[in-house]
Design a protein around this ligand. Structure first.
Ligand code: SAM
Length: 396
């Protein structure tokens, strides 16, 4: 996600809300439906649910969750921008990487997870030397229908006919799997240290959602204990997230692939940086009308809630699922290594000054360390292939 205003993490709920634009009456009514649903779940579960379940409802509850309901999320009119929304150079450069992978023997097909507005597909498919089958697996019925509308209107019919929306993972897939900002949208558990680790959940105090003790002994606690024993001892009061989805997601993916290269692009860190003692409030953030804050309990269903990716945990889970790790690099290194600047030259052959300035700005946003260049990373995996991806192996 690109530029945004940051609202401090240390605000009370009232202070957070005072910094955010007020929702419309319709939005408040929509949010109330989701609140009622979650409150009923909390009551049914004895007064508290895990944060993981809470986040799952916030984002994916059919018809109500942030990604499942009908408001605009991406771009200037939404809540945040992602790389394909910033520049078509992103998808075009990724197409160059796909071509190199196809030339080395990967079957010419693409499976995209979580296609958002459809922009990445719209950029990538025409950038390939030969058109190929393009599958999209999207959890949100609303986004799926937006993607269909957008791609029908923006792709030539011949290319649009190559796109198929899947309801579930395909059987015996051979080809490339891609996902931009999908892993950060998977629900996380929250753990906190108070002499010993405990897991935080969410309750309801009659007026609003509130943090509540959830468990003293859980898979999330075991995971943070393993991380702590491999890293530094973390201080009391330390609160962070654990993403337990990587293993099951990769296991399901490897079971459906005969041969594949997987490229996942997202913001995140390796463990020493993710669980650094100074990152004592974790990485959970919310996006609401291009404001960033850290209170996931407000505006249920109206704001995006996301946590950075733990790339070490993802790579460990991939190895356990018998994927080979092809490499990890920053988004800047990956895009520049795949000819981002050549792609920019081709994008405006007439060299109009205005277009050149726009492209220069887009390149900066995608690659500068202070923008998306370093916080965003690309991790590559492969199964039953022997593909070389130099842009992921940045020490060469
Ligand atoms: C932050 S958005 C990114 C959208 C788009 N890839 C982009 O870059 O603009 C996250 C997307 O991931 C989807 N998503 C999350 N978990 C998923 C999963 N397990 N399978 C498929 N899609 C998923 C969401 O529905 C949403 O479309």
């Amino acid at each position: 996600m690109g530029n945004k205003k940051r609202v401090s993490s240390y605000h009370s709920e009232e202070q957070t809300l005072a910094c955010l634009p007020a929702p419309s009456e319709d939005e408040v009514a929509h949010s109330k439906l989701l609140i009622d649903f979650i409150v009923a779940e909390i009551e049914q579960h004895g007064g508290v649910i895990s944060f993981r379940d809470f986040m799952d409802y916030l984002l994916y509850q059919p018809g109500l969750g942030y990604y499942s309901a009908g408001q605009t999320k991406f771009g200037g009119a939404g809540d945040f921008v992602t790389a394909p929304e910033i520049s078509k150079l992103f998808g075009r450069t990724l197409a160059r990487q796909c071509e190199s992978i196809f030339e080395q023997g990967c079957v010419r097909q693409v499976l995209e997870f979580g296609a958002g507005s459809g922009r990445l597909c719209q950029q990538l498919l025409p950038g390939l030397v030969e058109p190929c089958a393009y599958f999209i697996l999207e959890l949100s019925a609303d986004l799926r229908s937006r993607q269909q509308q957008y791609l029908r209107a923006s792709l030539p019919l011949e290319l649009f006919s190559r796109v198929t929306w899947l309801d579930e993972l395909p059987m015996d897939f051979d080809g490339m799997v891609i996902g931009n900002e999908v892993l950060d949208a998977m629900p996380v558990h929250i753990v906190s240290k108070d002499q010993q680790w405990l897991e935080l959940g969410v309750g309801f105090d009659g007026k609003r959602f509130c943090w509540s003790h959830y468990a003293d002994n859980s898979d999330a606690i075991s995971a943070i204990q393993r991380i702590e024993s491999a890293q530094l001892i973390l201080p009391n009061g330390y609160t962070s997230e654990v993403n337990l989805n990587y293993g099951p997601w990769l296991d399901a993916l490897q079971a459906c692939c005969n041969s594949a290269v997987v490229l996942m692009i997202d913001y995140g860190y390796q463990q020493a940086e993710y669980y650094h003692p100074e990152r004592s409030h974790g990485t959970l953030i919310c996006h609401y009308h291009h404001r960033v804050h850290s209170d996931p309990l407000v505006y249920p269903g109206l704001q995006d809630v996301t946590a950075s990716v733990d790339f070490d945990a993802f790579a460990d889970a991939a190895s356990r699922c018998n994927f080979e790790i092809c490499g990890l690099s920053t988004q800047a290194q990956f895009l520049l290594g795949n000819g981002l600047l050549d792609e920019a030259d081709c994008a405006d052959p007439n060299k109009h000054t205005r277009a050149q300035l726009d492209l220069a700005q887009q390149i900066k946003t995608l690659t500068l360390p202070s923008e998306m260049g370093e916080r965003f990373k690309v991790i590559g995996l492969q199964k039953n292939l022997n593909i070389d991806i130099p842009a992921l192996n940045t020490d060469r």
